[in-house]
Design a protein around this ligand. Structure first.
Ligand code: SF4
Length: 336
């Protein structure tokens, strides 16, 4: 039997009702638009912060206003609208997903977890989020924020205690507002129970919080989530024409199958590479990956057919990610 005074959903939903951020995908929307906005925002929010996503989302829906139109839009246009948001594989998967929903499911997001999880680019977390947010089904998507809130409240790690988590949810988080609860927990983790310096004084759950009661707050050092990596990037250039060789990337997961110069993950920041001229060192942060890059170049024969050449000045027909365009800019110094 549930103990009413242990129902934390009431507290957290009341906090959410009074404090939630106004976000474009949270608008009170008619069903079809609601589905589209939620699907699009869930794809955009993977690995990316809310404040970064908002302008991209607004721009995207202004130009591609429905899932049907998205399914009919060219891949090139979608990538263009996604340009700068990174992790371009999401854009390709979103496009494929829109086509499947339109063709196979008659334009409606399926109601079944397994069917949603089978759509391109949708894992366990996104499937649960969509079912809760679009259909108000009783799922709690555990993103980093919700995991942290649960850990601090109940001293339990999600990955290791699936059965315990289920009984905690049954006991402490029962409600008919499943979609709101899912969103409230994520929002609460982002705004109140923050990784560093959580706002315990303002927290309506502090009486129920294990960490607070035991003065044993777990401060997650944000920096520990950051992955610092060193890369050498090698640019083959033409001497008399501003052109560079690009290859289909297989090494950087966030740019999988996009055009970049030859790139190598290295252990040491050594600025000497035999046969290559060192150009510069720079930092490029993509999501939680802090990249420290050494850029090298060498001139190769103009007529070499084994390479695919790209102009560093003129826009190409093919989509070029921002990561590569930054390299174009740096390499253009060689020609000054
Ligand atoms: S009391 Fe502090 S640590 Fe506990 S849930 Fe609230 S904000 Fe998080």
């Amino acid at each position: 039997m549930h103990l009413k005074n242990n129902n934390l959903s009431k507290k957290i939903l009341s906090w959410y009702d009074n404090n939630r951020r106004i976000l474009p995908w949270r608008l009170d929307l008619k069903t079809k638009k609601k589905q589209y906005y939620r699907i699009l925002s869930e794809f955009m929010l993977q690995q990316t912060q809310v404040k970064t996503v908002i302008p991209y989302f607004n721009n995207f829906v202004a130009r591609v206003p429905s899932l049907k139109i998205l399914s009919l839009t060219s891949g090139k246009k979608i990538l263009k609208l996604w340009e700068g948001l990174g992790y371009y594989r999401r854009a390709r998967n979103l496009h494929k997903t829109s086509k499947i929903i339109i063709k196979k499911y008659n334009g409606r997001l399926p109601h079944e977890f397994d069917k949603i999880k089978n759509l391109p680019g949708i894992g366990d977390y996104t499937a649960k989020a969509l079912l809760a947010l679009v259909y108000n089904q009783p799922h709690i998507p555990f993103d980093g924020n919700v995991k942290r809130v649960f850990f601090r409240l109940f001293k339990v790690k999600i990955e290791k205690n699936k059965n315990k988590i289920k009984s905690i949810i049954d006991r402490h988080f029962y409600t008919s507002r499943h979609g709101d609860l899912a969103e409230a927990l994520m929002e609460f983790g982002a705004i109140i129970c923050k990784p560093v310096n959580p706002l315990c004084d303002q927290c309506s759950l502090k009486k129920n919080c294990n960490s607070y009661k035991n003065k044993d707050l777990v401060f997650v050092n944000k920096k520990s989530h950051e992955k610092k990596k060193k890369y050498n990037i090698f640019c083959y250039l033409k001497k008399k024409k501003k052109e560079i060789v690009l290859i289909n990337n297989k090494n950087l997961s966030f740019l999988s199958n996009f055009k970049i110069p030859k790139t190598k993950l290295v252990k040491f920041n050594n600025k000497k590479k035999s046969g290559w001229i060192y150009l510069c060192n720079y930092k490029n942060n993509i999501s939680n990956i802090k990249m420290n890059i050494n850029l090298f170049y060498k001139f190769v024969k103009n007529n070499s057919k084994k390479y695919k050449w790209y102009s560093i000045d003129q826009p190409n027909n093919e989509f070029i990610p921002t990561f590569t365009k930054k390299i174009f800019k740096k390499v253009s110094r060689v020609y000054n």
